[in-house]
Design a protein around this ligand. Structure first.
Ligand code: DG2
Length: 249
């Protein structure tokens, strides 16, 4: 039996548009992002990939994307689960900073280490920063030690994979088509696991906004073939644009 998993990075956000590091800061979709989410819903409907259950992060840009896409596919009614474990990678003290200015100030090597290395986290974000999540009611049930102040991709994998095992696989197991709406780096973490990408090679992987990525999984819940974007041309252009974000000024 093959199981169907659809991954969707949220549409372009207001801070993607401004080229700011976002992480756990709760920004909304830009107008472009809302259009991308609508297109994602059209692509799902056109391909007959109608989700039976949705998993999202607790960040508004992922929630808005799922709502718009599911509305377009006439699936607003499906059950929804949300978890902080699907949140974007916490970008530490980089949250709120301009990507191009950061690259210019610290040099491309340091910039890429923070942005794409497997295990080098950015500097810690102070709890009294305006971009801190300390005191945010959506994390009230989290132990303080689980609330990140910075994360590298390795940390994201460590907090995301338990949710994959405990909540997403059981939904796949019942034969449901599962939609996961999340973020550039939380999805890079999941794709790394699914496709067995090495710690060095994962630096090259960029996930475009708003384009569904479909996996058929076998009995071990690992892919039978590499994932396929529903609009491969737009996905390649979108991934290249993400890769070039430091250069935009
Ligand atoms: C972006 C990813 O996350 O940025 O936090 O700035 O997917 O929530 O928009 P998203 C952010 P990069 O790692 O691609 O710089």
């Amino acid at each position: 039996m093959a199981y169907t998993l659809v991954l969707l990075r949220h549409g372009n956000s207001e801070w993607n548009q401004k080229n700011l590091f976002t992480g756990w800061v709760d920004v909304r979709l830009s107008e472009q992002g809302r259009a991308e989410a609508k297109r994602a819903g059209e692509l799902l409907a056109e391909s007959g990939l109608l989700p039976d259950v949705l998993h999202t992060s607790v960040l508004s840009r992922a929630i808005q994307t799922a709502d718009i896409a599911l509305d377009e596919a006439d699936r607003l009614w499906i059950p929804v689960r949300r978890s902080w474990r699907l949140n974007e990678r916490h970008y530490g003290a980089l949250q709120g900073l301009d990507k191009a200015e950061t690259q210019e100030k610290y040099g491309n090597e340091q910039f890429m280490l923070w942005r794409r290395s497997f295990d080098v986290p950015p500097p810690v974000l102070d709890d009294d920063s305006e971009w801190s999540q300390v005191g945010d009611p959506r994390y009230a049930d989290l132990a303080d030690s689980d609330l990140p102040r910075t994360e590298c991709l390795k940390d994201v994998i460590a907090r995301m994979l338990p949710y994959w095992q405990s909540d997403i696989i059981p939904d796949l197991e019942t034969g449901k088509t599962v939609l996961v709406t999340a973020h550039g780096n939380s999805l890079r973490a999941l794709v790394k696991h699914l496709e067995g990408i090495g710690d060095a090679d994962i630096a090259e992987l960029n996930i475009p906004t708003g384009i569904p990525l479909v996996y058929r999984l076998g009995d071990d819940f690992m892919p039978l073939a590499p994932g396929e974007y529903l609009d491969p041309e737009a996905a390649a252009a979108g991934a290249a644009a993400v890769a070039a974000q430091g250069d935009k000024k």
